[in-house]
Design a protein around this ligand. Structure first.
Ligand code: GDP
Length: 485
């Protein structure tokens, strides 16, 4: 979403880093460049003006105290990073949990903003944390909104309170009120109320939302806004703030490629934090919004913290402990371990999303966009067609075994060869790492990740060299025995 903003800002800082001592006029130039990058990305003018003023003031004040060289550029970068984090809301805030359950969360926003989808995502998120949420179908206007919520609820395993059919039938305020009574009596500790939106802001919509708000007294009203609607996002946010009031913002459709700067202005202009972000249609395409992590991404430093969290979630404790133990014992990283990692990786979402969180990903945008997601599936199918022995010891992979694997996986022998070669190189690097080298990007490399994305590596790294050809046993009986394993 913020790719073009990110690549412009990264450009500003990379040219700054190559400079020697910075002067006041350099600071002015940086401010002009940052300002135009923000405006081109649709960030609201008033937000840009006050942001640039702060950057200018702080940078000019810091300059005389800084040594010349990269220190200066780094210091200016840190000032921009800190101020960008502030614009995005400063510190992350979590949902307030009611002292007396249930905690009531009401979703408000225009039709199509993504409220119903978000309701499911929130329900899953809180369910996974050990809560007992219910979803409430108070959007009785939009065609099929009730059914959509029921489908979403079913897919995440959360009950849906939907006594009315919707499609214009039923009283949404009564439904919300009854839902609270129901949740209390059945001891559900969280109630997520989906409300109706309209295509534009109108009085009837605001009044209905206000009535629901007054009836259920939510602990949190979340304003849900489609980040792709440009400056309308800011106007709509202000209208909802005046009309209904809200406690936090959820940005949806951050996976889109439109200029999303307007959405970045919302926290600053409304004084309400962005609490969650939604970046796809799947129920797992959902994150807590951390202003510092988003600032880091926008400035081209990636979001390694989120990546690490996702990896931890995907690679369950047992398998990561097993891998660590193996590693400590000095055992080799095998294709079996590799397969486990591939499976964990698939759970983390698409490869482009994962790659997009790495530092410097802005510069690799093209490669990331062109990353062939099915490559992982193909790689998996090759490893799955191997016998346990072959996975543990790829050295046994002679020509006929490779041909058998290729047929099993529906691939060419060259594909099998290429995977085995890359894996052997990765395995070699794992050994080097154990002997004191850096972290090898084994998985990344084995899956054909763009060379520039692999930390500490270049495309001409050893990994690309062909390992020596293995000799087959000359003894036909021994060879046949090997192949049977
Ligand atoms: P509502 O009218 O506010 O309840 O909006 P919906 O939840 O029905 O969402 C409207 C459309 O946007 C649906 O087609 C959703 O699948 C889609 N959608 C919701 N959130 C996202 C998102 O984060 N990214 C993308 N690409 N689509 C989304």
């Amino acid at each position: 979403m913020f790719d073009s903003l990110s690549s412009k800002l990264t450009g500003v800082f990379s040219s700054l880093r190559s400079r020697g001592k910075l002067s006041n006029s350099d600071i002015e130039n940086i401010c002009t460049d940052i300002k135009s990058a923000l405006l081109e990305s649709d960030v609201a003018l008033s937000v840009v003006d006050s942001f640039i003023e702060l950057i200018r003031e702080k940078s000019l004040a810091a300059l005389p105290t800084l040594q010349s060289g990269t220190n200066q550029a780094q210091a200016i970068f840190e000032i921009v990073n800190a101020e960008l984090t502030q614009i995005l809301g400063g510190a992350a805030r979590r949902i307030r949990i009611a002292k007396n359950p249930p905690t009531v969360i009401m979703l408000a926003g225009l039709q199509g903003a993504g409220k119903t989808t978000l309701a499911g995502k929130l329900a899953k998120f809180y369910l996974d944390q050990g809560n007992t949420p219910i979803l409430v179908a108070s959007d009785l206007q939009r065609p099929n909104a009730v059914t959509q919520l029921q489908v979403v609820g079913e897919s995440v395993g959360v009950p849906v309170f939907a006594p009315e059919p919707g499609n214009g039938v039923g009283d949404p305020v009564k439904v919300a009120e009854q839902a609270i009574v129901f949740a209390k009596s059945k001891l559900y500790n969280m109630v997520i109320v989906d409300t109706a939106g309209r295509l534009g802001v109108d009085e009837e919509l605001m009044q209905q939302a206000k009535n629901i708000r007054d009836a259920v007294k939510p602990d949190e009203i979340l304003f849900v806004v489609d980040a792709m609607i440009g400056q309308d996002a800011v106007r709509t946010a202000k209208a909802f703030q005046d009309g209904v009031g809200f406690d936090g913002v959820v940005l949806t459709k951050l996976d889109g490629d439109a200029r999303g700067g307007a959405a970045l202005s919302i926290a600053e202009l409304t004084g309400k934090p962005i609490m969650f972000s939604s970046n796809g249609e799947k129920l797992t395409d959902f994150d807590i919004f951390y202003p510092d992590r988003m600032a880091s991404r926008i400035l081209g430093m990636g979001d390694v913290a989120t990546l690490a969290e996702q990896a931890k979630k995907a690679l369950n404790n047992e398998s990561s402990a097993k891998l660590e133990e193996k590693f400590a014992r000095g055992d080799d990283f095998t294709l079996e371990d590799f397969l486990e990692q591939l499976e964990a990786m698939s759970k983390m979402g698409s490869m482009s999303k994962i790659l997009g969180m790495l530092p410097g990903s802005g510069a690799m945008k093209k490669q990331i966009e062109n990353f062939d997601e099915s490559e992982i599936v193909r790689t998996k199918s090759i490893v799955q067609s191997m016998t346990p022995l072959e996975r543990r010891d790829p050295k046994v992979l002679n020509g006929s075994r490779r041909a058998r694997i290729a047929i099993g996986a529906g691939r060419k022998v060259q594909d099998v060869n290429s995977l085995v070669d890359k894996f052997s190189a990765a395995q070699k690097m794992m050994r080097q790492m154990r002997n004191g080298g850096g972290m090898p990007p084994a998985m990344a490399q084995s899956m054909g990740m763009p060379a520039g994305m692999r930390s500490g590596q270049t495309a001409t790294h050893k990994a690309q060299q062909q390992p020596k050809k293995k000799s087959k046993s000359g003894n036909p009986a021994k060879r046949a025995a090997e192949e049977r394993e």
